[in-house]
Design a protein around this ligand. Structure first.
Ligand code: PMP
Length: 408
């Protein structure tokens, strides 16, 4: 079975050997952030030890070394998501930063009162609030694609929402709260039939699904390194060249210019035009190492392993009286949200923590989705390549114990 093969990679993640609350750590909060393998930790540290200098401006050897490391990582990102050119990869702080950049630099300058932006009811706050802000400033209107009770994206309702006023569609590729995989192929085709560009929030999908931006033909793709076994503070905005070219830089500063005078400043070419200031060089290097690590294992193999764990965990949890799985879409990945009758999700989280089990409890930065489903929150277990059947067994035993202790 694939999960047995992957267990060997656990040893690459030093934090998995720590104990919390006197118990071995069972880390099931991977949708919030994944743990980092030695390869990533070492790549960052080695950058500072052997190559640290500022990029793109020094003539000296070390600066060249740092620039090479930085741009090599950009090339790895390009390959990982199959973009056409390195210049289509913009380094940002994370998915949030990427979405804000598109909302402010791409959408907002073209928005007029009455224009429409489409998001879905599944979105993380970071794919809602930047669009609300753009709407508030421009007089545009946010339209929301509904989901059904299982957390399935409503394609018919979406098709009906698309119209001549739609300026952009921004939807998640994989819901962080329910695990729903959205029908991105159809979403993009329907939007493109009307000439509307599509941004995919890939914050979750990037570590669980193969992502090929050319095959998807999405216009923008946003993700964070830290959910992909890489460092915090660094992420990627992929954009088609023509869109990135059309964007207004939101930030001015060093590196993003070709020449500056008080009369006229000329902006630099892509990708630098949209990357003002000294970048998070070590973070970029760490992201490159994470991509090497994941690619060596293979995202398909990771996905198969996680799918198997998801099925296994779903079966065992669904057996517990009073437990309800929240999010039962046909296409799901890696995320298992649930509630227990009469027990607050935070109490589940706290009792599991006593046993060294880390899960998430709450609204998962998707309050509108929770409202739609008529709940205030869920307990959420989310899987990564290093999780095992043992992790699931401990989760199930601990949840049973919660029911015995707190159940009515
Ligand atoms: N979108 C989704 C679906 C997410 O899960 C997250 C992170 N929880 C984000 C966006 C935001 O990512 P970040 O906080 O790394 O910018």
């Amino acid at each position: 079975a694939p999960h047995r093969d992957l267990a060997q990679f656990r040893a690459d993640f030093p934090i998995l050997r720590t104990r919390v609350n006197g118990q071995p750590l069972t880390y099931l909060d991977n949708a919030a952030t994944t743990q980092k393998p030695d390869a990533v930790i070492d790549a960052e540290a080695n950058f500072y030890r052997t190559a640290n200098a500022n990029v793109h401006r020094g003539v000296h050897a070390l600066s060249q070394r740092a620039t090479d490391a930085h741009e090599t990582a950009r090339h790895k990102v390009r390959s990982f998501i199959n973009a056409r050119a390195d210049a289509e990869i913009i380094f940002v702080r994370g998915a949030t930063d990427a979405i804000n950049l598109v909302a402010q630099g791409f959408a907002e300058p073209c928005l007029t009162p009455g224009d429409e932006i489409i998001v879905s009811a599944l979105e993380h706050h970071s794919n809602i609030v930047p669009w609300q802000m753009a709407c508030r400033r421009s007089g545009a209107v946010l339209r929301v694609v509904p989901v059904d009770d299982s957390g399935e994206f409503d394609l018919d309702a979406y098709a009906a929402l698309l119209n001549g006023r739609t300026r952009i569609v921004a939807v998640t590729h994989l819901s962080n709260a329910l695990g729903t995989i959205t029908p991105v192929r159809r979403i993009i085709d329907l939007a493109h039939a009307r000439g509307v560009p599509v941004l995919l929030d890939g914050a979750q999908a990037i570590s669980h699904l193969p992502v090929d931006v050319r095959a998807l033909d999405c216009d923008f793709y946003a993700f964070s390194a830290h959910k992909l076994y890489g460092p915090t503070g660094i992420g990627v905005l992929y954009g088609k060249t023509e869109h990135l070219q059309a964007m207004t830089p939101c930030q001015g500063g060093g590196d993003m210019i070709r020449s500056v005078s008080f009369d006229a400043t000329e902006y630099n070419e892509l990708p630098y035009r949209l990357e003002a200031g000294t970048p998070h060089i070590a973070g970029v290097v760490g992201l490159g190492a994470a991509l090497d690590y994941v690619s060596a294992i293979g995202i398909e193999r990771i996905a198969a392993h996680e799918r198997e764990l998801l099925h296994y965990a779903t079966q065992w949890l669904a057996d517990i009286p009073g437990l309800r799985i929240v999010g039962t879409a046909a296409e799901k990945a890696s995320i298992l949200s649930f509630t227990l009758d009469g027990i607050h999700p935070h109490d589940i989280g706290t009792m599991l923590d006593d046993r060294g089990i880390a899960i998430r409890a709450g609204h998962h930065c998707a309050m509108p989705l929770m409202q739609r489903l008529g709940i205030t929150g869920t307990a959420r277990a989310s899987f990564a390549l290093y999780n095992t059947h043992d992790d699931v067994n401990r989760l199930v035993a601990a949840v049973r114990r919660v029911c015995e202790t707190l159940g009515s």
